[in-house]
Design a protein around this ligand. Structure first.
Ligand code: SF4
Ligand code: ZN
Length: 420
């Protein structure tokens, strides 16, 4: 996305280079943290007549009135209006708050929604930085990057604890809940279009992700809603719509337009991609995969390793070794890269029987997906606590020990047809 803003009306530098900046407790002027006080960040769509463009309001004390070295409450409340604005774009804009706050020299931001921490350095404070500037940054950046959908934008920053709590309870939490419900009901069946994503072609020229509600981009960072917003904001950009018409196989996920769009996006390097098979024309990977799934031939199952896992897998390969086989934009039947979120989807390698085939995952990944995966396993297969049957590195890192564990747990994969 193009950056048009050259000068922001703030007293500190603003650049992506400051994103990794750490501000230690001893160097901080103040901190806002959900650990000690209510916090929230929210972008909300309004009618044009409900808000005033570029109106900035600070409710409660600004930085010069807050006691140095202490922790306070903080709400960042952005209201936008625009003929093309859709509530589906709110989380896409909202997630940018993290980056934009971090771009200010002397400001550190982590988290999102009602779980955030913001630190302001003494140096930035002494340079004159105040919360009004935070609001200016948001206003200017939103009007710069999202001007296609946002016509009017109003920013309110709240530090008064009671007012933050009230905003959190009455506006923010109900909105987050509504969004989560929307995300849960978003299935591949419930939408008319999927999207391509070719952002990674800069280093993997023959790679194209197909992003669906249930199978988000393998980097984990591009959801179907993000792809949809990207298309709206940048009509000729990396995300182009794919029609679902003429589906040839729902279980494998074969769509004529997926093949056509993938072939077009890769200049013919790829001609066929199935959405839900690991064996037949699996989706390619660039290299950013959050996870890699690979066939484990002894059990007829699959193992999944996540990028953070540095140890050995029962396939005798580390994540790095799996990655060298799976990346680079070539189809490697038996291996596929994917996002964490895809694991609990009923579409996850549904051509080969689905997530019932998962026999091993690193413990951290298993714990992370447990709630959703167990819910899906109950619904799809009637299995209780499915993740208890899945091995991890604490019980097995070789095939023999893995098999013994699966037999002991009576893992359902033992009753399935051979995968190859
Ligand atoms: Fe787009 Fe992510 Fe896929 Fe890269 S890995 S092409 S950013 S969805
Ligand atoms: Zn990538």
């Amino acid at each position: 996305i193009k950056i048009k803003v050259t000068e922001l009306p703030i007293p500190v530098a603003f650049a992506s280079a400051f994103e990794g900046e750490i501000i230690r407790r001893g160097d901080m002027q103040v901190e806002f943290s959900s650990h000690k006080a209510p916090t929230c960040e929210l972008v909300q769509t309004c009618n044009a007549d409900e808000i005033e463009d570029h109106k900035i309001t600070i409710v409660g004390k600004d930085l010069d009135e807050l006691e140095q070295g202490q922790t306070f409450a903080l709400a960042t409340y952005v209201q936008v209006a625009g003929a093309k604005m859709q509530p589906d774009f709110e989380p896409v804009i909202e997630r940018k708050i993290h980056a934009w706050y971090n771009y200010m020299e002397g400001v550190m931001h982590t988290g999102q929604r009602n779980q955030i921490r913001v630190r302001v350095s003494k140096a930035a404070y002494e340079a004159g930085l105040r919360l009004t500037h935070f609001a200016e940054v948001l206003y200017n950046m939103i009007m710069d990057e999202f001007d296609i959908v946002v016509d009017k934008c109003q920013v309110t920053i709240v530090t008064d604890t009671d007012k933050v709590q009230e905003l959190l309870d009455t506006v923010a939490m109900p909105t987050y809940e509504k969004r989560d419900e929307r995300l849960e009901t978003l299935t591949d069946e419930s939408v008319d279009q999927f999207y391509t994503c070719t952002l990674c072609q800069s280093f993997a020229p023959s790679h194209c992700c197909v992003v669906t509600p249930e199978r988000l981009g393998l980097c984990g960072a591009v959801s179907w809603l993000d792809a949809k917003a990207t298309k709206e904001l940048n009509p000729t950009g990396p995300c182009q719509p794919i029609s679902k018409e003429g589906c040839e196989d729902e279980v494998k996920g074969i769509y004529p337009d997926v093949n056509r769009m993938v072939a077009e996006a890769t200049q013919g390097a790829l001609e066929k991609v199935t959405l839900y098979s690991i064996m037949e024309d699996p989706m390619t990977s660039c290299g950013c995969f959050e996870c890699i799934c690979g066939i484990e031939p002894f059990s007829n199952g699959v193992i999944i390793a996540n990028r953070e896992y540095a140890g050995m897998t029962p396939l005798g390969m580390t994540f790095g070794e799996l990655a060298s086989m799976t990346g680079g934009g070539v189809q490697t039947p038996g291996f596929m890269g994917h996002g964490r979120h895809f694991i609990a989807s009923k579409k996850f390698m549904s051509a080969e029987g689905g997530f019932e085939r998962i026999v091993w995952m690193p413990k951290e990944l298993k714990d992370d997906v447990a709630e959703r995966l167990n819910k899906s396993a109950k619904e799809k297969y009637g299995i209780d606590n499915f993740t208890d049957m899945i091995a991890d590195e604490t019980v097995a890192t070789d095939e023999e020990t893995l098999m013994a564990f699966l037999q002991e747990k009576n893992h359902p994969v033992l009753g399935l047809d051979p995968i190859m």
